[in-house]
Design a protein around this ligand. Structure first.
Ligand code: ATP
Ligand code: MG
Length: 578
């Protein structure tokens, strides 16, 4: 029986979490709403500041709630009946919320911390929240339907006019004409001969970096396909920069290697269900993460993993590729996710500490990921069934990461790990694929380093094994322990040797500071295949010069903000020479 005083505390606790959640959502929306203004004013510095502010918001609200609840609940927090009661009190008040799934995962975050939950406690916390959000009748309200008109141009002009930006379009009719030509060509070339019936466009605009994205779908009979218009705001006003229509292009816009969108929405489940119709390959978790509800997305990812485990029989095993010196990396063959556990000790030459490694992952979390840095979700206190781990993997985890991983007869407990999307390590890709694919990948590897440099990121360890190839064929980076800001490095030329003894010396004969980097040396340890070296150097040779990196430093020190757009130059509507 729940003691009356504990029942009272449970009621109070539920109300306290409810208020904290409401405050978090209010603040989240407040910051998110500013994105429109920033775009209209071309205030890119403000955009960056908002992104940071929003990333830190949830942790701050949770910490505040935890402190308050701990203070009031005291020893009563250990009463399992109180925990159950608090959950049911909280749930009763969710019926009129449009975002109950977010409210539930917020509750879980707070109470897990207070109760010190390990694994999952279904009596005290919500399970299976929001894995499969369903569109409801209210659905029609989150998007507008633009029926087919006399011309595609008229249709696009009409839908652009529906977005009341407080800044003018540079040439709305001209954009509509160009965009219509793209759309018509796409429809003409597609396998589906049915005519376009309508464009259904989300009312909420997706803001990220310098871009504002109108996101929707084309309807032809019972089938839908993506329709995304990236808008930019230049000197002369707002303009449509591209028309993205293929599932491939849409997937890149919503990639897990991008920073999160700022998009104002009340009915989150509804929005996710809509996005799923044009991005069927993406997991629900990835979509929540993409719109900035990353911690909720993480909870959903956990559920997706649990459900996946329940329906499969394969075992966790070491990820393919070279073993990491800092991380033990493992995966389930049937699931495209890898898990990374920090080793207890790192062999030389690694001189970082666990703390520093975690700081690097935190740095990436806050930084513009530029479409080139994989998003890593941090998990604590995870439990897997022991039988699901291959024995060699379990041995390695216990031996190499015994401070983080424990096991009993039935379970394996992991105190801390990162989860991220699995890609194909670039060293394997180049070794295993045909020469053309390998060359393409290597060229994109060079572009990847350039994109990172343009957004003030120096990967630190440029070896091919630290990059991977995504489903859409893009080369991205995933090994963060040596990553740093370009502006924090000292890029140097190798001094000329004074004599033969210098030349022959194994050790550098000149002073090397802690942050010194010698780009001329990169080529010697990258181990590029002989046949591909020439074409790589022809396109990206300047990456091997200190001058290139110093130029990047100047750019950043001058305060320039470069945005790497999620589509190719050749997809831009008004590209040079057109
Ligand atoms: N997202 C991923 N998808 C597929 N494989 C991955 C992924 N992340 C890591 N791996 C594999 O695990 C290996 C080790 O991972 P990672 O490079 O992150 O760890 P590390 O210990 O920091 O490595 P290093 O010793 O190079 O510093 C990689 O070389 C790669 O083979
Ligand atoms: Mg590595």
């Amino acid at each position: 029986m729940l003691h009356e005083s504990h029942a009272e505390l449970a009621r109070w606790g539920a109300a306290a979490v409810r208020e904290s959640f409401a405050a978090y959502q209010a603040e989240f929306k407040h910051v998110t709403r500013r994105a429109k203004l920033r775009f209209e004013l071309r205030d890119w510095r403000g955009t960056q500041a908002d992104a940071l502010e929003r990333l830190e918001l949830r942790a701050r609200c949770i910490a505040h709630a935890v402190e308050e609840l701990r203070g009031v609940l005291g020893a009563a927090a250990s009463d399992p009946l109180l925990r159950e009661q608090m959950k049911s009190d909280y749930e009763r008040d969710l019926y009129d919320r449009l975002d109950p799934e977010l409210a539930k995962s917020f509750f879980n975050s707070v109470t897990r911390r207070i109760f010190g939950t390990i694994g999952v406690d279904p009596r005290a916390e919500f399970v299976a929240t929001g894995v499969d959000p369903q569109p409801t009748v209210a659905g029609a309200r989150i998007y507008r339907t633009h029926p087919r008109q006399g011309t595609t141009e008229a249709l696009i002009a009409a839908l652009l006019r529906d977005y009341p930006f407080a800044a003018p379009f540079r040439d709305l009719e001209g954009d509509a004409r160009l965009a219509a030509a793209e759309l018509d060509a796409y429809l003409r070339d597609s396998d589906d001969a049915r005519p376009l019936e309508s464009v259904e466009l989300l009312k909420s605009v997706f803001y990220r970096g310098k871009g504002a994205y109108l996101v929707g779908r084309i309807r032809r009979g019972d089938s839908v396909s993506p329709f995304i218009l990236p808008l930019l705001h230049g000197d002369g006003g707002i303009y449509v920069d591209a028309v993205l229509l293929s599932p491939h292009d849409a997937s890149i816009v919503f990639s897990f290697t991008r920073s999160y969108f700022h998009v104002e929405v009340d009915h989150t489940g509804e929005l996710i269900a809509f996005l799923k119709t044009i991005l069927p390959q993406k997991k629900t978790s990835e979509l929540y993460i993409a719109i900035g509800y990353n911690k909720h997305g993480k909870t959903v990812l956990y559920r997706e993993i649990v459900e996946h485990l329940a329906h499969t029989r394969d075992r966790f095993e070491a990820a393919r590729g070279d073993r990491g010196m800092v991380m033990v990396v493992f995966t389930l063959p049937s699931l495209d996710v890898v898990f990374k556990v920090i080793r207890d000790r790192f062999a030389p030459p690694k001189s970082v500490t666990r703390q520093e490694v975690m700081q690097k992952y935190a740095l990436v979390f806050r930084h513009d990921r530029a479409g080139r840095l994989v998003d890593a979700q941090e998990f604590e206190h995870i439990v897997f069934e022991r039988a699901r781990l291959a024995p060699e993997l379990l041995d390695e985890l216990l031996r190499e990461a015994g401070e983080t991983v424990h096991a009993d007869h039935e379970h394996v407990f992991i105190r801390h790990m990162y989860a991220e999307r699995r890609v194909v390590p670039l060293n394997l890709f180049i070794r295993e694929r045909d020469e053309w694919s390998a060359r393409d990948a290597l060229l994109d590897y060079g572009r990847s380093i350039r994109d990172l440099a343009a957004t003030n990121t120096f990967p630190g360890d440029l070896l091919l094994k630290n990059f991977g190839v995504t489903r859409t064929g893009r080369v991205i980076f995933y090994d963060y322990d040596e990553l740093c800001l370009v502006t924090d490095c000292n890029f140097r030329e190798i001094p000329r040797a004074r004599d033969d003894a210098d030349e022959m010396s194994d050790e550098p004969w000149f002073y090397v500071g802690e942050n010194d980097v010698f780009p001329e040396e990169f080529i010697h340890f990258l181990g590029l295949p002989e046949g591909l070296r020439g074409s790589f150097l022809a396109s990206h040779g300047e990456i091997m010069t200190a001058a290139f990196w110093r130029r990047m430093q100047e750019l950043h020190r001058a305060g320039e903000i470069v945005d790497i757009f999620p589509y190719r130059e050749s997809q831009r509507l008004r590209r040079v020479g057109r």
